[in-house]
Design a protein around this ligand. Structure first.
Ligand code: KG4
Length: 350
């Protein structure tokens, strides 16, 4: 094991964390030495594609199949021995209960076997802190405070990040998340799950001004996407009455117009929060931050307003254990350990 405290000075020498992520349909393990990434292995589950969404029972089974090989591969790729691991950080929630049980139980078993501390991580904190995972020791990371737009399949939040353990939610969705808007509208178009990446690809070929969809009126920095979903559905329903080939003939334009609308909704409130707080560093995170249009919009906004923008590499946008390891790293430094009896949680509690 690497020394953690050096003599009386409490000087941290080096910390090696194994991160484990199993909140939804990706089984992932990563090894982080201090904040530098040594490995990040992700096994994605293709089994759900045939069902148009994640099937919880199938997700748990796939995690059971994947967890041992994925963790072994992460340790192998990191070039370390199991006894070099100082702590295990795992996603305790939010997520699918059955999926979380697999990662939680495995993390506990391994922590007991290696006699090392266990650190529980809120999956959302992982997304927000993903910018601190360094692929090279001299990589640039955000300064505090920064404003993070967290956009995933389950959440859309504007978060003021004052420190690795200090986050303030300024606004969030009151109904659907941005990712759900992508996925549900894609489903209406008959596109495969998950719809977000498919819409992204189609949008590149389409006219983003071809169709207009309803935008929400919500207080403060909160979001709403359920009205957009209904507006999209009604547009298609009415057009299909006139032309049964409407979707096929307008696929790219529909995708581009939908994507533009979602981005405008997201950027409107994010922009307001940036202006009101006067914060000069911004970031995005979560699955929807992989969207090409969204990434371009944030870059463009930052350039026009002279802000520093952190846009994660695509591998760190979807669920991954590197972000769990980095969030665990900061909790470990704070000596915030998790009890061995702690159950996973479906909704946010830590
Ligand atoms: O963060 P994530 O992997 O899972 C959650 O924790 O929710 O996000 C998944 C969401 C899905 O809704 C998916 O359609 C969306 O992220 N997504 C995208 C893109 N890639 C993934 N949405 C739009 N454009 C993309 N390129």
């Amino acid at each position: 094991m690497q020394p953690f405290f050096k003599g009386k000075e409490n000087f941290i020498v080096s910390v090696t964390i194994l991160g484990i992520e199993s909140s939804c349909d990706d089984t992932s393990a990563a090894v982080l030495r201090d904040t530098v990434l040594l490995s990040n292995v992700i096994a994605s589950q293709r089994v759900h594609e045939a069902y148009g969404g994640v099937v919880p029972e199938l997700a748990s089974r796939a995690h059971q199949q994947n967890i041992v090989p994925v963790v072994s591969e992460a340790i192998r790729q990191a070039g370390i021995d199991r006894k070099d691991i100082d702590a295990i950080a795992f996603t305790r929630g939010p997520g699918l209960p059955g999926s979380l049980h697999v990662g939680t139980s495995f993390a506990k078993g391994l922590a007991l076997a290696l006699d090392i501390p266990l650190v529980d991580v809120n999956h959302l904190h992982g997304h927000v802190l993903s910018h601190f995972v360094k692929e090279a020791p001299d990589a640039e990371v955000p300064g505090f405070p920064y404003l993070c737009l967290l956009i995933s399949g389950g959440n859309s939040q504007i978060i003021k990040v004052n420190g690795p353990r200090e986050m303030e939610v300024l606004g969030q969705t009151i109904d659907d998340a941005a990712g759900e808007a992508f996925d549900k509208c894609a489903k209406v178009m008959g596109l495969p799950y998950p719809g977000g990446p498919v819409i992204d690809r189609l949008a590149a070929e389409g006219n983003a001004k071809a169709f207009k969809f309803a935008k929400p009126h919500v207080d403060g920095y909160n979001y709403s996407f359920s009205g957009l979903k209904t507006s999209f559905l009604y547009t298609l329903r009415d057009a299909l009455k006139e032309n049964p080939n409407f979707i096929e003939e307008n696929k790219a334009d529909l995708a581009a117009s939908l994507q533009r609308t979602i981005i405008e909704i997201l950027m409107d409130k994010f922009g307001r929060a940036i202006k009101d707080t006067g914060i000069k560093t911004i970031a995005i995170g979560g699955g929807v931050s992989a969207n090409s249009g969204m990434r371009a919009a944030v870059e463009d906004y930052a350039r026009r307003h002279r802000l520093k923008a952190f846009i994660p590499k695509r591998v760190f946008t979807t669920d991954n254990a590197a972000m769990i390891a980095i969030a665990g790293h900061y909790k470990f430094l704070n000596k915030e350990f998790c009890d061995i009896t702690a159950p996973p949680f479906q909704r946010v509690i830590i």
